[in-house]
Design a protein around this ligand. Structure first.
Ligand SMILES: *Cc1c(COP(=O)(O)O)cnc(C)c1O
Length: 432
């Protein structure tokens, strides 16, 4: 299987090269040259997430040295569960926060790290994994590469725009992980990373790769939990699941879209945005107007220019091509608060602000008479956002053990301006 850039200005490459590069050389995003066609029958007898993910990823790794290692790789990366927790007879939460940093990004970050370690040549220079984070990616990537020989992680996050526990997690690894707190927004951080990856002079001095959701190594493995959960549901209830996905950069949701485009039994897919409503606007009008992000309670989704939009455009070049099963809606902070309070009062379940956006969208669909089977994607553990959630529910949240371990370590982050030359200086100094 070959991968070409969404911008079409560079040569197609195999997946090993695409994984190592992160961003395509022309600044575009790698996409597969064709869509493998798969069906439920291809997964007969497979039950657990690692087995299902390995089967699913097989055609995407045609020609790769990793193809035969996919079962081991997936078993290593997906060593924690993604359970469906029932809310009512028609609705479940798909809990993706049982990994080491308590957010869904652990799945893909661990897969990417396991892949890149196996692809690495013994005599290669230390690779710097550069990652911009709106809160959760950075910790997941840092945890996945922490103390992995041959790699260093540099995390850029918007100073003051992540939760205190997120900030602590980002700064607590040390060793081969450096946290940079940037005086700017997440979009500024993302722009700095994109520019660094495209800068020839810098790349001469530092071996750089990216671990943002633009990386194929993050996009593809995320299909696994959608397929595993919808197959499980189909086997026991005879029907596929709709997914409501809290959406920022469109990485997670686009994995569900890709799995459906490959023929897998997935129902409707609904993108739930916070007050950064550029995607719902596009779905309503066909007008795509990226802009600066605004800060919301669901900070990991504070994205005004979703980087995976190019991949959506690759799948569906025209507005009129958008499939009828794909929808988008936006939820403001007041609705996030109301939803967190209500689900606690009604069911005794605490959800994070991101999960609450999806839950709110699901409730609107129910109010319109939608009675389909829905999985609401729970993207982070509420204890990562205790400063928001605890006052709303009036109760203290238990901290998962893995998160508690990280929070017990000391943390440090280096302040930098949202300035490319300053980032380049830091990266060059770290390379020495
Ligand atoms: C990153 C993140 C999101 C948004 O995911 P995208 O892939 O950027 O759309 C939603 N919720 C949480 C908790 C996140 O960390």
């Amino acid at each position: 299987m070959n991968y070409h850039s969404t911008r079409g200005q560079c040569a197609a490459v195999g997946i090993d090269a695409a994984l190592a590069a992160g961003l395509a050389p022309d600044g575009g995003l790698y996409v597969p040259e064709s869509l493998p066609q798969l069906s439920a029958a291809d997964f007969a007898g497979l039950v657990n997430l690692p087995e299902i993910a390995a089967r699913l990823l097989q055609p995407f790794f045609d020609g790769s040295r990793l193809q035969s290692q996919l079962p081991v790789l997936c078993a290593e990366a997906f060593d924690f569960p993604a359970p469906l927790r029932e809310l009512d007879a028609q609705t479940a939460l798909l809990e993706l926060f049982h990994g080491p940093t308590a957010a869904f990004k652990d799945f893909a970050a661990r897969f990417l790290a396991a892949s890149l370690e196996r692809l690495r040549k013994a005599d290669a220079p230390v690779t710097t994994v550069l990652v911009a984070t709106s809160g959760d990616t950075g910790a997941a990537v840092a945890a996945a590469f922490h103390r992995r020989p041959g790699f260093r992680v540099v995390v850029l996050y918007p100073d003051g725009r992540v939760s205190p526990r997120q900030a602590h997690q980002l700064g607590c690894f040390g060793d081969n992980v450096m946290a940079l707190r940037v005086a700017g927004s997440f979009d500024d951080c993302q722009a700095l990373v994109k520019r660094a990856l495209k800068d020839e002079a810098l790349r001469q001095d530092c071996a750089l790769t990216s671990a943002n959701s633009i990386s194929l190594g993050r996009w593809l493995p995320q299909m696994g939990y959608y397929v595993a959960s919808t197959l499980a549901h189909q086997r026991s209830h005879g029907e596929a699941l709709d997914f409501i996905v809290p959406t920022g950069n469109l990485g997670n949701a686009l994995a569900a879209v890709l799995a459906k485009a490959c023929g897998l039994p997935i129902g409707d897919i609904v993108l739930a945005s916070n007050a950064n409503r550029v995607l719902p606007e596009f779905f309503a009008s066909g007008q795509y107007t990226p802009r600066a992000s605004i800060a919301t309670l669901a900070n990991a989704m504070d994205v005004g220019s979703p980087s995976n939009f190019e991949r959506l455009r690759w799948l569906y070049p025209d507005f009129k091509d958008l499939p009828a099963w794909l929808h988008a809606d936006a939820v403001d902070d007041d609705a996030i608060r109301t939803t967190i309070r209500a689900v606690w009062a009604e069911r005794g379940i605490a959800v994070c602000p991101h999960t609450a956006t999806a839950l709110c969208v699901a409730q609107r669909l129910r109010a319109q008479g939608n009675a389909r089977k829905m999985a609401i994607v729970a993207t982070a553990h509420p204890a990562k956002f205790e400063q928001i959630v605890e006052p709303l529910i009036g109760s203290a949240l238990d901290v998962p053990a893995a998160l508690a371990t990280l929070l017990a370590r000391p943390a440090h982050a280096t302040p930098i301006a949202a300035d490319f030359d300053e980032l380049a200086r830091v990266l060059r100094a770290a390379q020495d």
